[in-house]
Design a protein around this ligand. Structure first.
Ligand SMILES: N[C@@H](CCC(=O)N[C@@H](CS)C(=O)NCC(=O)O)C(=O)O
Length: 201
């Protein structure tokens, strides 16, 4: 059985959980509070020296970290990875883009504003600009195709929906991106997720 070390508040970790569930992999979820330093203990550092979740331990003891590397490994050979080489490369285009141009703005703003309670005045204004640019990039694609790579759901959609569905927690207005909003609802339906509640106050 695969062990998944994760934090249920982390989109990077949830994308691993959703992929494992979707492909029907047997797994044990080990919850670690990354906000409280649980990824920096000697025990966890011996699993992932980078001190981050998600990390998985395969049945034979091999370890894998980095959310998008993990989901690619888990979903190999499934319908979440396009057979066509161009479409597969497009999926990777979105996965790399997610880690460089989406997650560092949207996930970071969610963490600082929603989980750490920082005020807008204390936040780097560049996070809002970069996050809105990422949402606009997604809107451009999703106004043309129902999923990021085209007509069917791939790992790109699972990876990108993790923080996009929580973007309002970071102060982003998803209503400004109607195709993204519709896609989030479509993805939540496909993954069996309830919409996240609006943020109070
Ligand atoms: N690029 C990594 C990012 C992983 C990451 O930032 N994990 C955070 C939780 S979302 C973490 O473990 N932070 C704890 C720490 O750095 O001490 C991935 O996609 O897996």
């Amino acid at each position: 059985m695969i062990k998944i070390y994760g934090n249920s508040d982390s989109g990077n970790c949830l994308k691993v959980r959703w992929t494992a569930e979707r492909i029907g992999a047997a797994f044990e979820w080990i919850e670690l509070d990354s906000f409280a330093g649980a990824t920096r203990t000697p025990e966890f550092l011996s699993i992932n020296p980078a001190g981050q979740v998600p990390a998985i331990v395969l049945a034979d003891g091999r370890v894998l970290a980095q959310s998008n590397a993990i989901i690619v490994h888990l979903a190999e050979g499934s319908d979440l990875v396009p057979a066509d080489s161009y479409d597969r490369a497009k999926m990777f285009e979105w996965l790399f883009w997610e880690q460089y141009s989406h997650e560092p703005a949207i996930a970071v703003r969610i963490a600082r504003k929603f989980f750490m309670g920082q005020s807008d005045a204390d936040l780097d204004p560049g996070l809002l600009i970069k996050g809105n640019a990422a949402l606009a990039r997604m809107e451009l694609q999703l106004s043309k195709t129902p999923y990021l790579v085209g007509q069917v759901m791939t790992l790109a959609d699972i990876a990108l929906v993790a923080y996009t569905r929580a973007a309002h927690r970071g102060g982003f207005e998803i209503e400004r991106y109607p195709s993204v909003k519709d896609w989030v609802a479509r993805m939540e339906g496909a993954l069996g997720l309830s919409p996240l509640p609006a943020v109070q106050g």
